[in-house]
Design a protein around this ligand. Structure first.
Ligand code: FAD
Length: 542
């Protein structure tokens, strides 16, 4: 039975220690830690894994230099240490990179003050990154010719980190880790109702793929519904100390603006920082910060015009960027945590609202709710959720720290030795593209060993499958078996980032997409392909 169907059938009638509602970063990390520490865990999402906020981020693991503006020293310290921890635990997936900030006459700080701030930031992060530097306008120009320095007074380069693949693949890795530790997990399953009955919750779920009802019981619930946590708590009549408000942010993916693997940082006309972030052979411009009342948002003409105008004014491009240059867009809401004190928080300065997270525990109802947070802080969220669940009386095994992170260096070395012996990297030579061995290791870790076997047995498994997508046929076969791909978009946009970096016309060229669908869905491939294309057409019309 395929992976999702077997998990759904295990959910139905099952008895679990904990049900986690929501498979974004907060739910996924909770599942990984709780299953890794011996609990019987179920996790569901009504969309795909990371299908909501956790696939709209800037892909940065960072201490939040900009939060120093609001004197949030504690938060910056915590996030910087979390970033350091992630860098250590995920050496292939999370890389340090420079943030070059060019400060013009409209910037809220003079370059000397920014330099002072960057040194403080470096110290707050225990000096674990490269040393920040002060840069004059000419130095900025010589290192990044694309920056227009006409109005620039000077700048700095400080260091943070980013996710080399995308946020949603990072989330998926936690779900996979949870499954490997024994969790039962299903995407496209909605929690529709839950009632506490004695020591247990009786939960009704709806399988959105088959239309069937699924029932289970759980001793406790983790509400990890991101922007929807308040709605669920309301449904359960659970009164919490905190609640959330929404801040919308968008990103535009455009052709690569600088070949250097660093972030370019600028203050926009409203004196808010925005960035040009590397994504393979593309650049991502963003983000914005707009207060909204609903989690359901979209990129508006105004959003696009604003970001394009801001970036064009700060770069020296042969031709200014236009809407035609946009390859893909991302849009999401940050669930920001505030006190649930009856205040509507209308009059607060939006930019100063903290990006921290809070975890509320209702001992009687046996509900743990995660409010807000950052991908960067995910390991702390996991540990805090585990501590909260333990307080409910559920006995967890000792934390051996093995529920997260990449395999040990020796395992990586062994993989690299095997890849070298079979001359894997000779299969493909593309300018500016990382060697195949590194790519496979980063994406699949231990599972990449079996891919080597498959390529050895069938050389066609080592061929590219979509012309410019950097995906091998063997990866598709692996995804079909192990990555719970239910719709073609799950693969194109979230397990991979093909939809973000390859133009629509290019994706549709030739037979590649049909083969992808065939490998992923077999007999259902035509239907799944038609569904994906219809969605893309509808998006293109907007
Ligand atoms: C524009 C932007 C940029 C950001 N940049 C960064 C960054 O660079 N670095 C960083 O660390 N953080 C960043 N963040 C913050 C980070 O992305 C979010 O804090 C995080 O993704 C929130 O994750 P979550 O798991 O709480 O929510 P989500 O990812 O939204 O997950 C909640 C899930 O719950 C599911 N759900 C809801 N109700 C139900 C139900 N009844 N049944 C089943 N499932 C349900 C939803 O389908 C959803 O998938 C950014 C956020 C935004 C919006």
């Amino acid at each position: 039975m395929e992976l999702r169907a077997s998990n759904v059938s295990r959910l139905d009638g099952g008895t679990f220690d904990v049900l986690i509602v929501g498979g974004g970063i907060n739910g996924a990390v909770s599942a990984a830690v709780l299953a890794g520490r011996g609990l019987d865990v179920a996790i569901v999402d009504r969309g795909d894994w990371a299908g909501f906020t956790s696939s709209s981020s800037s892909n940065l693991a960072w201490g939040g230099f900009k939060y120093l503006e609001n004197y949030e020293l504690n938060l910056v310290r915590k996030l910087s240490l979390s970033r350091n921890r992630l860098l250590k635990a995920y050496p292939s997936n999370i890389s340090q990179l420079g943030f070059m900030a060019a400060l013009d006459h409209g910037s809220p700080f003079p370059p000397w003050l920014a330099a002072l701030g960057s040194s403080a930031y470096w110290a707050i992060g225990n000096f674990q990154t490269h040393r920040p530097q002060f840069l004059g306008p000419e130095e900025i120009k010589s290192q990044e010719p694309v920056i227009n320095i006409d109005n620039v007074r000077g700048g700095i380069e400080y260091y943070d980190a980013y996710l080399r693949d995308n946020d949603s693949r990072f989330v998926w890795n936690f779900v996979r880790q949870a499954i490997e530790a024994g969790a039962t997990a299903a995407n496209y399953v909605e929690m529709t109702s839950a009632f506490q009955h004695g020591a247990n919750w009786n939960v009704e779920l709806h399988d959105l793929e088959t239309g069937e009802q699924v029932s289970l019981t759980a001793k406790a619930i983790v509400n990890a519904a991101g922007p929807f946590v308040d709605a669920l708590n309301k449904q359960w009549e659970n009164v919490t100390e905190h609640r959330i408000v929404y801040s919308k942010g968008i990103h535009l993916v455009v052709p690569q603006l600088t070949e250097n693997e660093r972030v370019l940082a600028f203050f926009d006309d409203t004196q808010r920082l925005f960035y040009v972030i590397p994504m393979g052979r593309r650049s991502v411009i963003g983000t914005t910060d707009t207060r909204v009342k609903t989690p359901f948002t979209e990129v508006t003409e105004q959003d696009r015009d604003f970001l394009l105008e801001q970036i064009n004014a700060r770069l020296d491009l042969d031709e200014p960027l236009t809407k035609e240059d946009i390859i893909a867009e991302r849009c999401g809401v940050r669930p920001l945590v505030v006190l649930n004190d009856g205040d509507d928080h209308e009059d607060i300065d939006w930019g100063t609202l903290s990006r921290k997270h809070e975890i509320d525990l209702d001992m009687e109802r046996r509900i743990v709710t995660i409010f807000g947070g950052k991908i960067t802080d995910c390991l702390n969220v996991g540990e805090e959720v585990a501590a909260a669940v333990e307080k409910l009386g559920l006995a967890l095994e000792d934390d051996l720290g093995d529920w997260y992170g990449e395999p040990a260096d020796e395992v990586r070395d062994d993989f690299m030795r095997q890849a070298k012996r079979m001359k894997l990297d000779d299969l493909r030579h593309k300018k500016g593209v990382e060697p195949l061995s590194e790519r496979l290791w980063r994406r699949y870790g231990r599972r990449a060993f079996s891919m080597l076997d498959e390529i050895r047995q069938k050389p066609e498994m080592g061929e590219d499958i979509l012309a410019s997508a950097d995906y091998l046929r063997v990866e598709l076969h692996h995804a079909a078996r192990h990555e719970m791909i239910t719709h073609l978009e799950d693969f194109m946009l979230r397990r991979s980032k093909i939809d973000l970096v390859v133009r629509n016309e290019k994706i549709r060229e030739g037979n590649g997409l049909a083969e992808v669908s065939q490998i992923l869905f077999g007999d259902a491939s035509d239907t799944k392909l038609a569904e994906y294309l219809a969605k893309k057409d509808a998006e293109a019309r907007v």
